[in-house]
Design a protein around this ligand. Structure first.
Ligand code: SAH
Length: 220
């Protein structure tokens, strides 16, 4: 990518991004490391041109294939919850989508293993991460309901599409000491934080959210 993409004026202006970070602060995001990454990650690069001018609004935006780029507040909140008890080395992400949450995670954890069921979305995301020189990410085109057992267990799991119930496979791929953040539900959904200790799993319901559904199978 050339310098213009990253530092161009207008939608990438410092003021525009500061406004977003201020909004995140106002909404209770207070992990300064997470806020710094939200400030510097160029969200407009994860959108098609027609949508890019809205990149620094705190809203979910369409990315095609009936999917959406998550709202910045939700990305920040999930990331903050994931990181809350110390650094994460291996993080599984289900629902790569645009790759925006992937890019945020890649700057904060050791390695990201990201699974997406729609091939063209995965391909675009892979390109964007390469442009940004974020190299600690592996992508997989698969049904994330099965997790990605090959590289597990993971000390962090983030799911960005909502299952009706937490998939068993994801629970079993969570390491002892690991944290999983995911939306659960249908028409109404709640963000869940699952922690695994040597004695079992504990689940905390955080707040209500709205995500696209976690769907079975994969699409070409
Ligand atoms: N974090 C993404 C959110 C994308 S929306 C972003 O900020 O851009 C959720 C994504 O989950 C969609 O791309 C959708 O295709 C994907 N998804 C839904 N069910 C899935 C499944 N079973 N396995 C993998 N990905 C899935």
């Amino acid at each position: 990518m050339d310098r213009m993409d990253l530092h161009g004026i207008g939608m990438t202006s410092r003021r525009t991004r500061e406004r977003l970070v201020q909004r995140l602060l106002d909404q209770g995001i207070n992990d300064s490391v997470v806020l710094d990454v939200m400030r510097t990650t160029p969200r407009h690069l994860f959108l098609d041109e027609a949508m890019a001018h809205r990149a620094y609004e705190d809203v979910a935006l369409p990315i095609g294939h009936q999917q959406t780029l998550s709202q910045p507040y939700v990305v920040a909140r999930m990331t903050e919850l994931l990181m809350a008890s110390g650094p994460r080395q291996r993080v599984l992400e289900i629902g790569t989508g645009s790759g925006y949450q992937t890019a945020v995670l890649a700057q904060l954890v050791g390695e990201v293993y990201s699974v997406e069921r729609i091939k063209p979305l995965q391909q675009k995301a892979r390109q964007r991460l390469r442009q940004l020189r974020l190299r600690n990410v592996l992508f997989e085109h698969a049904d994330g309901c099965m997790g990605w057992p090959e590289y597990g267990p993971y000390d962090g799991i983030v799911v960005t599409a909502a299952p009706q119930r937490i998939p068993e496979e994801l629970l079993s791929q969570l390491a002892v000491g690991g944290r999983m953040v995911l939306p659960v539900g249908g028409d109404t959904q709640d963000l869940h934080l699952v922690t695994r200790s040597s004695s079992g799993y504990e689940t905390e319901v955080v707040e209500s959210v709205y995500f696209v559904p976690l769907l079975p199978g994969k699409e070409r």
